[in-house]
Design a protein around this ligand. Structure first.
Ligand SMILES: Nc1ncnc2c1ncn2[C@@H]1O[C@H](COP(=O)(O)OP(=O)(O)OP(=O)(O)O)[C@@H](O)[C@H]1O
Length: 606
C-alpha cells in the first residue's frame, strides 16, 4: 500500500464515508481499504485505523524522520540558549536611547577616547551638535570659535567600535530599531555598550565616570528645558551660567533669594519631619526689564539647577497635561512660569471647563482656603481675548501643590502685573516669597555703570597715560561716531573704531540700534569712581528700568565719558517722551515714569 492509498483511506474515514476504491485496490489481494473495512462493510473504527497505520512500513519511516528533526531542533535551541547564557555571563550590556542623558554622557566620554578619535569609519555631522555641543570638534584648521567650522563625530550606524576600559574589552554600537512605543512605527537610534566582564558594577563605574566628565565639561552651563508635546520635557539649550555679579539689584535682594533657595534645598529632612510638602515658590514681580529673568538665570547657575520653562498660554495645554508635566519634573530643579499674569489674561480659563456654569473658578476640588481666596476681588474678570487653553485655575493650583506635584522643585513665577494674580495662587505654600522689582535705583545705576566700564573678562587695555589723554568732558569720544542713533555717515579719519562704521560718501546712516566694534572698555579705578558718581547723579532714581539704562550704556560701550556727559540730556529727552506718551494715552500725569500703584510699574520705554 502506498502513501496515496493511505491518505485516501484516512480522508474518507474522516469524511465518514467508506474508503474510495482505487484501481490498485480493486485488483490487488486484501488491500488496506479492505483491511480498514469492518467485517460488516461499514466505515473503519479509530482503533482499526491505528492498527492499520502501525502496520504500515512508511509510518515508521516518517516517525523516525520526525523524531530526528525534533531532536535536532531541540539541540539547536538548547545550544543557542546555552550560548546566550554563556555570553551573558561574560558580558555586561546596557542600551540607551539616543536622546537620553546616559547616551549623551557616553557620547562625550567616547569623544574623549583615542580609539574613537582615530576611528576609520565615523559619521560626521555638521548640523547636530547635541544640546550641549560638548562632543563638538573642529577639524583642526580653525580656532574652533566659529560654529560653522565645527563638526560632531558620531558612531556610524550598525557599526561596532571596540576599545579597552580599565583593561576590559568594551564594544560600543549604534543601531536603528523600530520604536515599539510609537503608534506610527517610527524608528529610533539606540546606543549599546557591552563590556567583557561578569561584574555589572564596572559598567556603572563607567557610566559614573562618563557623567562626571560630562558634567565637568558642562560646569559652566545650565540646562534649559521646555515642554515637548503636552506631557514631556525636552532639553532645548544649555546656556552659559550668568555670574551673580552681573545682576545688579539693590543690596541684599539677590542674596536673600539665593540663600533662601539654598536653605530650602538643604532642608528636605526638616520638611519631611514636619509633614510639610517640600516645595518652594518665589514670585518676582514689577517693572519690565528690571532683572527678574536675569536673576532666575543667575540663581539657577549658582545652585546648579536646570530650568524648566512652562508657558501657561500654550493652547494645547490642559489640566491633565499640566499635572503630568509638573509631576514629570526631576527632584531638584527650577520651574519657571514667566509672565504668569498673561496666562490669566489670555490663556488660562478662569471657569472650570467641566462646570461652565460656574462663573468663578472655585477650588472645591482642591483645598478649603482657596474657595475663600479665589473669590476675592476677581469676580467678573474677563478671561481674556481668546486663545483659551484647557487649563483652569484649580487645575493650576492642583498641579502646583497636589499629590502628584514633584517634591524638591523651586517655582519661580514672574509677572509685571501683580494685581492680576489670583490670591489663591499667591498664598504661602504656592508662592512663598514675593519680591518686588522696581525701576533702577541710584545704587543700581552706579553698579551698572561700573559693570560696563570697570570689569570685563577681556578688557581693552587702556593705560593710565592713554586714559589721561581722553578729556574728561568726553570731547575726544564725542567724535568717534559710535552711537546708536546718531551715526556720522563719514567718520573722521584716523579713528580705528570709526573706520569700521565708515559708509560711502553721500550715503546716509540708515540704521538705528547699537553697533559693536570693540568688546569692552576698562576705566582705571580712580577715573571710574568719579564718573560713576556723575552718572548716578544724572539718573533720577526709580525712573528707568535697568534694561533701559543698559540700552543707553550699550550705545556708549567704549565712551564712558560721553555716556556721562550726555546722560542729563538723554534723561530729559526720555522724560519728555514719556510725558507725551502718558498724555496721549491719557493715563497719568506728566512724569508718570515712576512707580505707580503697588505692583504695577511704568517705564518710560514701556
Ligand atoms: N538688575 C539688572 N541687572 C543687570 N542687568 C539687568 C537688570 N535688569 C535688567 N537687566 C538687563 O535688561 C535685560 C532684560 O532683563 P530681564 O529679562 O531680566 O528683565 P525682566 O524683569 O525679566 O523683564 P520682563 O518682565 O520684561 O520679562 C537683560 O539684558 C538684562 O541683562
Amino acid at each position: 500500500m502506498d502513501a496515496a492509498e493511505v491518505l485516501q483511506t484516512v480522508l474518507s474515514v474522516i469524511q465518514g464515508g467508506t474508503p474510495i476504491a482505487t484501481p490498485s485496490s480493486a485488483t490487488s489481494t486484501p488491500s488496506s481499504s479492505q483491511m480498514l473495512s469492518p467485517q460488516g462493510g461499514g466505515p473503519p473504527t479509530i482503533p482499526q485505523m491505528i492498527v492499520t497505520l502501525l502496520s504500515l512500513g512508511a509510518f515508521w519511516d516518517w516517525l523516525k524522520v520526525l523524531l530526528v528533526g525534533a531532536f535536532l531542533e531541540i539541540c539547536r535551541r538548547g545550544s543557542a540558549a546555552v550560548w546566550e547564557k554563556l555570553w551573558d555571563s561574560v558580558w555586561v550590556t546596557a542600551d540607551f536611547e539616543w536622546d537620553s542623558d546616559g547616551a549623551e554622557w557616553l557620547m562625550y566620554w567616547l569623544s574623549q577616547q583615542r580609539v574613537f578619535q582615530k576611528a576609520r569609519s565615523i559619521e560626521v555631522c555638521t548640523w547636530y551638535f547635541g544640546p550641549e555641543g560638548v562632543c563638538v570638534n573642529d577639524l583642526g584648521d580653525s580656532d574652533g570659535d566659529d560654529r560653522n567650522d565645527q563638526v560632531v563625530f558620531l558612531p556610524s550606524l550598525a557599526r561596532t567600535y571596540s576599545l579597552w576600559y580599565r583593561g576590559l574589552y568594551l564594544t560600543v554600537s549604534r543601531d536603528r530599531v523600530l520604536d515599539a512605543g510609537s503608534p506610527w512605527k517610527t524608528s529610533k537610534d539606540m546606543l549599546q555598550i557591552s563590556m567583557l566582564t561578569r561584574d555589572s558594577g564596572l559598567l556603572r563605574e563607567l557610566l559614573k565616570e562618563a557623567r562626571k566628565a560630562y558634567k565637568a565639561a558642562n560646569g559652566h552651563l545650565i540646562d534649559v528645558f521646555v515642554t515637548e508635546g503636552t506631557e514631556n520635557w525636552q532639553r532645548v539649550a544649555a546656556q552659559e551660567k550668568r555670574p551673580m555679579s552681573s545682576v545688579v539689584l539693590d543690596p541684599g535682594v539677590f542674596e536673600l533669594v539665593l540663600e533662601d533657595a539654598r536653605d530650602f534645598l538643604n532642608s528636605r529632612k526638616w520638611y519631611s519631619d514636619r509633614g510639610i510638602p517640600f516645595r518652594r515658590g518665589y514670585l518676582l514681580y514689577g517693572a519690565p526689564g528690571a532683572g527678574k529673568t536675569s536673576m532666575i538665570h543667575s540663581i539657577a547657575g549658582e545652585l546648579g539647577l536646570a530650568i524648566y520653562i512652562l508657558s501657561l498660554t500654550v493652547t494645547s495645554l490642559n489640566d491633565n497635561s499640566l499635572k503630568a508635566l509638573i509631576s514629570h519634573l526631576p527632584k531638584s530643579c527650577i520651574l519657571l512660569m514667566e509672565d504668569i499674569d498673561a496666562a490669566f489674561v489670555r490663556g488660562i480659563a478662569r471657569r472650570d471647563i467641566a462646570n461652565p456654569e460656574l462663573h468663578l473658578l472655585t477650588s472645591s476640588n482642591d483645598d478649603g482656603d482657596d474657595n475663600e481666596d479665589s473669590s476675592k476681588g476677581h469676580a467678573g474678570r474677563d478671561p481674556g481675548g481668546g486663545g483659551h487653553n484647557g487649563v483652569t485655575l484649580s487645575g493650576l493650583l492642583n498641579a502646583l501643590d497636589g499629590i502628584a506635584a514633584q517634591e524638591g522643585r523651586i517655582l519661580f513665577a514672574t509677572t509685571n502685573d501683580y494685581a492680576a494674580l489670583d490670591p489663591a495662587l499667591l498664598r504661602p505654600g504656592r508662592l512663598d516669597l514675593h519680591i518686588e522689582f522696581g525701576l533702577a535705583s541710584k545704587h543700581q545705576a552706579k553698579e551698572l555703570f561700573k559693570r560696563f566700564y570697570t570689569s570685563s573678562d577681556a578688557p581693552v587695555k587702556v593705560d593710565e597715560e592713554d586714559d589721561d589723554n581722553i578729556e574728561d568732558d568726553g570731547a575726544g569720544e564725542k567724535n568717534s561716531a559710535y552711537s546708536s542713533r546718531t551715526v556720522s555717515p563719514v567718520p573722521p579719519p584716523g579713528n580705528a573704531t570709526s573706520k569700521l562704521l565708515a559708509m560711502p560718501e553721500g550715503v546716509k546712516s540708515v540704521y538705528v540700534g547699537m553697533t559693536c566694534t570693540r568688546h569692552s572698555f576698562q576705566l582705571p579705578q580712580k577715573k571710574a569712581a568719579a564718573l560713576v558718581e556723575r552718572f548716578a547723579a544724572a539718573i533720577p532714581p526709580h525712573t528707568f528700568s535697568m534694561a533701559t539704562l543698559q540700552g543707553y550704556l550699550m550705545a556708549y560701550k567704549v565712551r564712558p565719558y560721553v555716556a556721562v556727559e550726555e546722560a542729563p540730556a538723554w534723561v530729559e529727552k526720555k522724560m519728555r517722551e514719556n510725558d507725551t506718551q502718558a498724555a496721549a494715552k491719557g493715563r497719568g500725569s506728566p512724569g508718570a515714569s515712576t512707580l505707580g500703584k503697588t505692583g504695577t510699574f511704568h517705564d518710560v520705554d514701556d
